[in-house]
Design a protein around this ligand. Structure first.
Ligand code: MN
Length: 142
């Protein structure tokens, strides 16, 4: 019975090198129906993405060893990763960063500081959007 319940949980990989940000994400998402996996640098993140084939990835852009855009590029080459909803979570306050992320192929974009109350809904929204094949231009801004 327990196994069946767990099978309904989505696998969510968090790639985040900042300890405080990682802990906050885990705290917010722990009580949601996700099986959480963590990685704290880009190489580990890519390895876990390929090995675990999660349903969703929350990915920091600025990461040691391998940046978020490079991880995305590698995952986009792989047929077995094409189902993954890949969401950029970034503090880049630079104008146009959201557009750049979506143009690069991220399925969603969340800017830091994250809104702990909105986060679960934001994640589900981006998953739903990817499944429906909506154009990125149609994505609402959060
Ligand atoms: Mn970082």
């Amino acid at each position: 019975m327990k196994g069946k319940v767990n099978a309904l949980k989505k696998k969510l990989l968090i790639i985040e090198d900042n300890r405080d940000s990682l802990e906050l994400l885990i705290k917010v998402l722990r009580n949601q129906p996700y099986h959480l996996i963590e990685a704290t640098d880009g190489e580990e993140g890519l390895k876990k993405a390929i090995g675990e084939l999660p349903d969703v990835i929350l990915m920091d852009i600025s990461l040691p060893k391998m940046g978020g855009y490079d991880i995305l590029k590698e995952l986009k080459k792989r047929e077995d990763c094409s189902h993954i909803t890949i969401i950029a979570v970034t503090a880049h306050a630079m104008k146009g960063e959201r557009e750049r992320a979506l143009e690069a192929g991220f399925d969603g974009y969340i800017s830091k500081p994250i809104d702990v109350h909105k986060l679960p809904n934001q994640i589900e929204y981006f998953i739903k959007n990817k499944k429906s094949g909506k154009q990125l231009d149609d994505l609402e801004s959060f």
